[in-house]
Design a protein around this ligand. Structure first.
Ligand code: IMP
Ligand code: MG
Length: 184
């Protein structure tokens, strides 16, 4: 799978070092509040597992399953909720977790849904933030790394559901995007 990458942006050790820093900040910020983490599946599943094990606080974990890419590399502005019901967040301190902030549609749509359910507070955390002009303005509270506006895979991020299990994050070769990845 690594041969399908144009280049590696962040290796596993670099990601884990950054997670140590993010987890320390989150743990400090929520030291006297009880967290409810809402992870956006499928992309944030690896991040969720690695980040939450670094946070030594009592917390609740829930997941929502959405899709905006429809198996392509360009975001669409319509978000499909595969799982319609949100966890009960009344009076809770919610932290929404996503793999990457691209157009902003995913994070703003979920944030609006959560805010309508009367939580005490809502914050957002993304591992990657693409530097670009967004369809929807979002300012995430916790960001792992800023990256250029390129299509990346690995560490939970997919192209047509592949590459999520790559331990690093890298830019996918352009010829694979153009031709489609062969199913081997
Ligand atoms: P947004 O709604 O456009 O901000 O896109 C967020 C979602 O699109 C993420 O949760 C990812 O699943 C997916 N996504 C955005 N950019 C990339 C990328 O470069 N590689 C893989 N998935 C991406
Ligand atoms: Mg995806």
């Amino acid at each position: 799978m690594q041969a399908d990458l144009d280049r590696i942006l962040f290796d596993e050790a670099t990601i884990h070092r950054r997670l140590d820093e993010l987890a320390a900040r989150i743990s400090h910020d929520y030291r006297d509040r009880e967290l409810t983490v809402i992870a956006i599946l499928n992309g944030s599943i690896i991040l969720m597992a690695d980040l939450l094990r670094r946070i030594p606080l009592p917390l609740e974990l829930d997941c929502v399953s959405v899709a905006s890419y429809h198996g392509d590399v360009k975001p669409s502005d319509e978000l499909i909720f595969r799982q319609v019901s949100l966890p009960d967040v009344v009076g809770r301190h919610v932290l929404i977790l996503d793999d990457i902030l691209d157009s902003g549609v995913t994070l703003t749509s979920i944030r609006e849904k959560v805010e309508a359910a009367e939580p005490s507070s809502v914050r957002t955390c993304v591992l990657l933030e693409k530097k670009k002009t967004r369809a929807r303005v979002v300012d995430p509270d916790y960001v792992g790394f800023e990256i250029a506006d390129e299509f990346v895979v690995g560490y939970g991020l997919d192209y047509m559901e592949r590459y999520r299990n790559l331990p690093c994050i890298g830019v996918l070769r352009k010829d694979l995007i153009a031709n489609g990845v062969n199913r081997r």
